[in-house]
Design a protein around this ligand. Structure first.
Ligand code: FA5
Length: 349
């Protein structure tokens, strides 16, 4: 076949196909498409013959052939629309675009994250900002700057995992045992007044039981300003507990020792389950649930951070987030929060 024969053949296909298309109904359009444009269709085969032509001719003829292909495809689409063949195709494929999508399993936040967020939200409403601190901490920030002398027995209160490395000054590095080091880091890097909360993971070498773990979470809060007293601490914690547990919640303080506060206190909230009415397995009938340690920041700590303790005072508290999650979701065993059994996690959203 020479160039002219090829062009004549193309013209024949064009005339034949376009006139046939006008007479083809919806049912015949698929066959029409196969006949001209399919893998072994007339136009496809004619285009395939181009391989025997010299390159220059192939370019010119190829452009003509492809133009017809485009023209024919467009005309076919128009004819499909005219005859309703598109809708027929849709029926054949049984694709119902109105159906809902396949179920897509949705993740959700872990109850401990939800609890930490709720607690942070509560303090943000009271004007606290959020800070963070490292999990691998220097002995200085975790103990020394918090008024724990190197060999003081108070260190035994927090059994510690040491890391086999030293900090830049040769001091010990350890997994932080509480969130209180964030107090020091914030005070050393900012000017008072300061109102900060910080939530995160802490580590202690402790046996695991229903209310203890060796990895758990704390929320630290502290406020440094002029003339801050225990009364400010009491008001703040009461406002926070009422916001979280409802207006009936009461807060009680009993004396306790932490080297970095003076005075120090254990803080309990009235049992949200039994409201103090008696035989309750959660508060063991006492009507109170211990949730956190707190106190007025020790002047040694204030001074060590470079503030004048004659001018500045503050309060601080550290709460176990697991204990709050247990109260909010009615969980009796802390281990349920770590096992990540979806059957349980789904119930405590
Ligand atoms: C502290 O960690 C102090 N840093 C708190 C503090 C901050 C006091 C600021 C004064 C001023 P304590 O060891 O009591 O204190 O821990 C605080 C809370 O963490 C406890 O009330 C409890 O809710 C939780 N907690 C303590 N140990 C564990 C544990 N092993 N597992 C789970 N939660 C724990």
């Amino acid at each position: 076949m020479n160039q002219d024969d090829w062009k004549a053949r193309l013209a024949l296909i064009r005339d034949g196909s376009l006139s046939a298309l006008g007479k083809t109904d919806a049912a015949g359009l698929a066959e029409f498409e196969t006949h001209y444009l399919g893998r072994k269709g007339e136009l496809t085969l004619l285009l395939r013959d181009l391989k025997d032509f010299p390159v220059e001719e192939r370019k010119i003829l190829g452009a003509l052939g492809n133009a017809l292909k485009t023209e024919l495809s467009a005309a076919l689409d128009v004819r499909k629309a005219e005859t309703g063949a598109g809708a027929a195709d849709l029926k054949k494929s049984r694709l119902d675009l109105t159906l809902a999508g396949y179920p897509f399993p949705q993740g959700s936040l872990h109850p401990l994250t939800v609890t930490a967020n709720k607690m942070c939200d509560g303090f943000q409403k009271l004007g606290f900002s959020i800070a963070d601190g490292p999990l691998i901490e220097e002995d200085y920030f975790n103990f020394e700057a918090l008024n724990f002398a190197p060999d003081h027995p108070a260190r035994d209160m927090q059994d510690t995992f040491y890391v086999d490395l030293k900090d830049a000054k040769g001091g010990d590095l350890l997994l932080r045992t509480h969130t209180s080091p964030v107090q020091i880091r914030a005070m050393k890097s900012q000017e008072p007044p300061l109102r900060v909360v910080s939530a995160g993971r802490v580590f202690r070498s402790e046996a695991v039981d229903a209310s203890h773990s060796f990895v758990f979470h704390q929320l630290e809060g502290f406020y440094v300003d002029r003339n801050v007293t225990m009364a400010d601490l009491k008001w703040t914690l009461e406002a926070f507990m009422k916001d979280l547990f409802g207006s009936q919640a009461k807060v009680s303080f009993s004396p306790s020792f932490f080297p970095f506060v003076e005075p120090g206190a254990q803080v309990a909230v009235s049992c949200v389950f039994c409201k103090g009415s008696g035989a309750c397995p959660v508060c063991k009938g006492t009507g109170w649930l211990e949730l956190l340690g707190a106190g007025v920041i020790h002047p040694n700590v204030i001074k060590g951070c470079g503030y004048d303790p004659e001018k500045w005072s503050g309060f601080a508290f550290g709460a176990g987030i697991e204990r709050f999650a247990m109260l909010l979701y009615g969980i009796r065993d802390m281990r349920m929060l770590y096992e990540n059994d979806l059957r349980i996690l789904k119930q405590i959203q």
